[in-house]
Design a protein. Structure first.
Length: 82
């Protein structure tokens, strides 16, 4: 066969390039560009993402409080038993 492992098939009009994983950098410019970009994206989307979370938090706490209130006995119906 004589072909190397990366060149087993020959396709016309398609050019592909590859770089050895041993020559690639795992985290190129991660701290200089990646983290600031992440913070910028979070600032841009906080006004779209935060209101639903805040609303559902208040809904959940209100529902939990109402459930705890409904589990208690009402003292008005049991006054004669004292």
């Amino acid at each position: 066969m004589g072909c190397e492992f990366g060149s087993l098939i020959r396709v016309r009009h398609i050019i592909s390039y590859s770089l050895s994983p041993f020559k690639q950098k795992a985290f190129p410019s991660y701290f200089t560009k990646g983290i600031p970009n992440m913070l910028r994206r979070m600032q841009d989307s906080i006004l779209r993402a935060a209101p639903p979370f805040i609303g559902f938090y208040f809904l959940y706490t209100w529902g939990t409080q109402e459930f705890e209130k409904s589990k208690k006995k009402k003292a008005i119906g049991f006054e004669e038993e004292k």
